[in-house]
Design a protein around this ligand. Structure first.
Ligand SMILES: [Zn+2]
Length: 281
């Protein structure tokens, strides 16, 4: 069965001059529509669901626009828009789909900031964490964004129900994720390391994880590892296809949530390659 894309045009309503731009997702959506994917509209998650991950005090501040750092502005309606993006992740979890929504989420910790990092990296609510808590199953979060998901690690550190695995560029923002700790496996990789090094690291780390106990794989899908993008590891569409093929071999309930990836046409094509690999294998 073909993976459905979760998307709402409402997610284009903010951040026009920011690198985390509406176009990156709008163009990716166009590419995927042209390729014939079926689209579903998400609903915003309730405040109660948010509180499974975030502190009440932070939610109040976010509602009032009292959060801001130089890269993560307090846009008008950002609370509503972030709730809708989290709703995309929850719907993706329910239908084993791909949430093509923004803002991204993996840098957002329980109180917004995470692991002593002073900026939120374009993230407001941790959408994938909210979806994982919603499912309440034994889950592996595979974070393939080019940046370490410090928010997701902070939220699930020591959690017996979740294994967090991140492959990311280091040194780079946010500066965390240079070592593995308890249930969090971190694989730092040098800039532009290329597909061969990346896929070897991918295979090596999966040998350390007991996948037999995992019920769900949640993929924090950042495509900013694409050659020339913000956290380039010099990967190409072909690499994402191979990652999709590897994921399919585990035969688990799997869903995908967009994180980074800043060149819309590449984002759309890379998602198509990843899903083609996943569906064909
Ligand atoms: Zn990133």
């Amino acid at each position: 069965m073909r993976t459905k894309i979760i998307y709402s045009e409402k997610c284009l309503e903010y951040g026009k001059s920011h690198i985390e731009s509406p176009e990156r997702v709008e163009i990716a959506a166009q590419v995927l529509k042209e390729k014939g994917y079926e689209f579903l509209e998400p609903e915003p998650v309730s405040e109660k669901v948010l509180l499974s991950v975030h502190e009440a005090n932070y939610i109040e501040k976010l509602k009032k626009g009292l959060i801001e750092d130089h890269e993560t502005p307090a846009y008008k309606n950002i609370y509503e828009l972030a709730r809708l993006s989290a709703g995309g992740a929850v719907l993706a979890a329910k239908v084993k789909g791909f949430s093509l929504m923004r803002p991204p989420g993996h840098h957002a910790g329980k109180s917004g900031l995470a692991l002593s990092v002073q900026t939120r990296g374009f993230c407001y609510l941790n959408s994938i964490a909210i979806a994982v808590k919603f499912l309440r199953k034994q889950t592996l979060i595979l974070d393939i964004d080019g940046h370490h998901g410090n928010g997701t690690e902070e939220i699930f550190f020591g959690d017996k129900k979740v294994t967090y695995l991140s492959l990311h560029r280091f040194p780079d923002y946010p500066g965390t994720g240079f070592e593995s700790r308890e249930n969090c496996f971190n694989i730092p990789l040098p800039a532009d390391c290329g597909e061969k090094v990346y896929l070897k690291a991918f295979d090596d780390v999966f040998r350390k994880i007991d996948v037999s106990k995992i019920e769900v794989i949640a993929v924090s899908t950042g495509l900013d590892t694409h050659q020339g993008d913000l956290a380039s590891l010099a990967l190409t569409g072909k690499t994402y296809r191979k990652i999709g093929e590897q994921l399919a071999k585990f035969k688990k309930q799997t869903f995908f949530v967009l994180e980074g990836g800043y060149v819309g046409r590449d984002v759309g094509k890379d998602i198509d390659e990843l899903l083609k690999g996943f569906e064909r294998a």
